[in-house]
Design a protein around this ligand. Structure first.
Ligand SMILES: *Cc1c(COP(=O)(O)O)cnc(C)c1O
Length: 230
């Protein structure tokens, strides 16, 4: 038993996951944070079961997908043979997919508009499921990007709670590409703190160490674990 555990932790970790795990542990140590305070979400979008299986086999249990349809096609079969998987929706959610999303996902990171809140509240009433909810911020105020503008965040978070009765657990952000991510992580952390939200979904393959330094509780790491997406 002991040698089996030892080999599954050393010899058989898929290379990308081992490298990421080590970097996460180092970033936590440098930030004087407990490793358990950071949830690593392995973002498996575009990858099939044959790529996901070894990552599950190595002990990873939290996965992220950005499309409801793709996740529906892949995960029910994987989850039926691997108990204890937690699935996070990290991409935009269309209101007409809310029913499927609430049924499948354990967390939704892309709450960003009243019509979606209304659809989520309806599903929370009719399904016995309560995925953890994150409000997505558009910290770079990029017109093509989803998310709530920083100036509207406080009132949106309040309306999620007060008008729709949705428990919001944290904030998510995707900094603009080719910009230093730290100011975006700092702004997200500041808005979360003043709204009493303790979870911060921020940091991807290129910048998760910075995000951990700035308080991320959930990092969303794809290519550093699975390799380049085709
Ligand atoms: C794809 C994706 C990620 C992972 O990106 P990598 O750079 O591959 O780590 C994280 N967050 C969101 C919202 C994504 O769509």
């Amino acid at each position: 038993m002991v040698s089996e555990n030892a080999s599954s932790l050393t010899g058989h970790l898929p290379n990308g996951l081992a490298v990421v795990e080590e970097a996460v542990a180092r970033a936590c140590m440098e930030a004087r944070r407990d490793r358990a305070s950071v949830t690593l979400i392995a973002v498996s979008k575009t990858f099939g079961a044959e790529a996901i299986e070894p990552v599950i086999a190595s002990g990873q249990r939290v996965f992220g997908e950005n499309r409801v349809q793709e996740a529906k096609a892949k995960w029910p079969a994987l989850m039926s043979v691997h108990p204890g998987i937690s699935l996070h929706l990290i991409g935009p959610l269309q209101s007409n997919k809310t029913k499927e999303a609430v049924a499948l996902f354990d967390a939704i990171h892309s709450v960003d508009r009243p019509s979606l809140c209304e659809a989520l509240a309806k599903e929370f009433r009719s399904q016995a499921r309560r995925p953890q909810l994150f409000v997505q911020l558009n910290t770079g105020e990029e017109p093509q990007k989803a998310g709530v503008a920083p100036s509207e965040a406080d009132s949106f978070i309040a309306s999620c709670r007060d008008e729709y009765g949705l428990p919001i657990s944290g904030l998510m952000c995707i900094p603009p590409v080719n910009k230093a991510p730290a100011p975006h992580f700092a702004l997200t952390a500041k808005i979360a703190a003043r709204n009493g939200l303790k979870n911060l979904s921020m940091g991807m393959s290129a910048d998760f160490a910075v995000a951990i330094q700035m308080g991320a509780t959930h990092i969303r790491v794809g290519s550093a674990i699975f390799g380049h997406r085709g």
